[in-house]
Design a protein around this ligand. Structure first.
Ligand code: UFG
Length: 345
């Protein structure tokens, strides 16, 4: 992989910043395209502090037609080997309220990236998809053959983009596509320099717990304790963001081989389920802080349990999640306690 160059859309974001670190560590360079809608340019300085130089920035909005020509020119000039595509809107609840906004950002951003890569003759995309494309029909562990059926507009944008990229690879054998279905990314880089910094009140469990632990929020609501699970609370497959980022490098490595197939799909998960109460208890141990919580009604659209079968990625990509729940909590806490207001001063 040494010497390869990749576009990373959304590269200043939570997952993107960790992907950039792993790319630089693998001897690659990255051109981040980001509009900082839900990220901070400070993440790029922190990436350099952790991994050294190798990342450059194009501040632009992939979904804005006014930025398209500039993006295409910059991508052509960069002469990339491909792209990791993470840019997009990602809040499930918001997508239900504003579906057209979700479609009109996530899909056009992908069109622009495809056109830019065509122009640069670099037909390779590793796409940030989600376990949400499995809907709620499957038995866990769920493998890549599981039935698809997203239950909200955000999830449908992920599913539509996967299918569109698959069509692209079918239509033109020069395209190499890898759809990565993330389970629940949590944690932060062990340096404590980069991590998740959500806008407003967090929707997701780990950032919410972390903000309760640091005293920014008073109390966590546990959404339901009457699910048919071991303690009644929802079960998810939490995966350390550094493991997840390493999965992208493994996917790029796989796709850039001479004999790479056209389009592939992989689950990136740890392969085991953790309940909400187990996550709270582990975070409490890692932070040595009290985490007040109350049992609240179920959240609409939630399912009882989902966790991955990561066997296919283990086998084909030679990748495996190695970090424990304790690592996830300790690293998430190091980031949150060292940066109580995220990247804001
Ligand atoms: N939960 C709480 N209280 C909270 C937040 C979450 O009890 O304040 C519970 C949820 O009910 C669920 C678990 O914690 O049981 C995890 O919830 P998250 O919101 O952290 O994650 P989800 O599994 O709901 O959603 C995540 C991603 C989505 C993605 C989905 C795919 O955030 O982008 O996984 O499975 F679509």
């Amino acid at each position: 992989m040494t010497g390869k160059r990749f576009i990373v859309t959304g590269g200043a974001g939570y997952i993107g910043s960790h992907v950039c670190v792993e790319l630089v560590k693998a001897g690659c360079q990255a051109l981040v395209i980001d509009n900082f809608a839900n990220s901070s340019p400070k993440a790029l300085d922190r990436i350099a502090e952790i991994a050294g130089e190798g990342v450059t920035l194009l501040k632009a909005d992939l979904a804005d037609p006014a930025d398209e020509a500039r993006i295409i020119d910059a991508v052509k000039a960069y002469k990339p080997d491909g792209a990791v595509h993470l840019a997009g809107l990602k809040a499930v609840g918001e997508s239900v309220v504003e579906p057209v906004r979700y479609y009109s950002v996530n899909l056009p951003a992908t069109f622009t990236l495809i056109r830019a890569l065509e122009a640069a003759n670099a037909r390779l995309i590793v796409f940030s998809s989600s376990a949400t494309v499995y809907g709620d029909l499957n038995q866990s562990p769920v493998d890549e053959k599981g039935a698809t059926g997203a239950t909200n507009p955000y999830g449908r944008t992920k599913f539509f983009i996967e299918e569109m990229l698959n069509d692209l690879a079918r239509a033109d054998a020069r395209w190499k596509i890898c759809n990565l279905r993330y389970f629940n990314p949590v944690g932060a880089h062990p340096s404590g320099k980069i991590g998740e910094d959500p806008n407003g009140v967090p929707n997701n469990l780990f950032p919410f717990i972390a903000q309760v632990a640091v005293g920014r929020l008073p109390k966590l609501k546990v959404f339901g304790n009457d699910y048919p699970t071991r303690d009644g609370t929802g079960i998810r497959d939490y995966i350390h963001v550094v493991d997840l980022a390493a999965g992208h490098v493994a996917a790029l490595n796989y796709l850039t081989r001479e004999e790479a197939p056209g389009a592939v799909v992989y689950n990136l998960g740890a392969g085991r389920g953790i309940s909400v109460l187990e996550a709270i208890a582990a975070f409490k141990r890692a932070s040595n802080r009290d985490i007040p919580f109350e049992i609240a009604p179920r959240r609409e659209g939630d399912i009882a349990e989902i966790y991955a079968s990561p066997d296919k990625a283990n086998r084909d990509l030679g990748w495996k999640a190695t970090k424990t729940l304790e690592d996830m909590c300790a690293d998430h806490w190091r980031w949150q306690s060292g940066n109580p207001n995220g990247y804001r001063d």
